[in-house]
Design a protein. Structure first.
Length: 225
């Protein structure tokens, strides 16, 4: 049985990813910070770890626990992160650092030990969640810290692919449009929800990129608008 680890497993996108891979017969390990009982899937092939991913040692401990239990990590989908507005003139370095910790460190602290395990086993697929703000500076206006932190996530994926060259390890970045969530609807009640992206659709597309039919894909930027 293949194994996938999903960070931010109790968020809207994380829950969709967890459910998709469980449905497809994977063993799934999720990470979340202080999950409540309502956020815990009841499935024999699912384990949820309560961990603060800003703590590098704690993140590595979770990865080691997953490896000890399952022997390997085939796929990682790293959805943990967050968003904050802030123009350049309003964003002191403390605001940038906060977004860096929330979006980059939470990804890096898991991705590094996961990547080292994938090198040992000779196979792996890693998916990061990027953003248009991180991909294109013109889309980052008014969200300085968020855009800068997501741009580092994209660069990290590129570096992993460079280090993995010649192996069957691939890192991809998912670049979604606005995800249709209750929180986003409440924050933008006048928006056209029909133009937003469904979390289940994103999960389906991520899964598709783990199938044998997509095995020749390399250095993928998956844009879902």
């Amino acid at each position: 049985m293949k194994h996938v680890i999903v960070s931010g497993a109790t968020g809207n996108l994380g829950q969709a990813v967890v459910q998709k891979f469980l449905t497809e017969g994977f063993a799934v390990s999720g990470t979340a910070r202080s999950p409540n009982k309502e956020q815990k899937h009841s499935h024999n092939n699912y384990n949820l770890f309560d961990v603060d991913l800003s703590d590098e040692t704690a993140a590595e401990d979770v990865v080691n626990s997953v490896i000890k239990k399952n022997g390997r990590i085939d796929i990682a989908v790293l959805t943990a992160g967050g968003f904050a507005m802030g123009s350049l003139k309003d964003s002191k370095s403390s605001a940038i650092l906060q977004q860096y910790k929330l979006n980059f460190e939470t990804a890096y602290h898991l991705a590094r030990p996961i990547f080292m395990q994938m090198l040992k086993q000779g196979y792996g697929r890693i998916f990061f969640i990027g953003s248009m703000a991180g991909l294109d500076a013109s889309k980052s206006k008014g969200m300085t810290g968020y855009g800068l932190s997501k741009s580092l996530v994209i660069r990290l994926s590129e570096l992993i692919n460079e280090e993995a060259r010649g192996t069957d390890i691939v890192s991809s970045v998912v670049i979604p449009g606005t995800i249709d969530t209750p929180q986003n609807r409440a924050a933008m009640p006048d928006a056209d929800f029909s133009k937003w992206v469904n979390a289940d659709d994103i999960a389906n597309i991520i899964y598709l990129h783990t199938t044998p039919e997509m095995s020749t894909n390399r250095e993928t930027m998956i844009k879902i608008y």
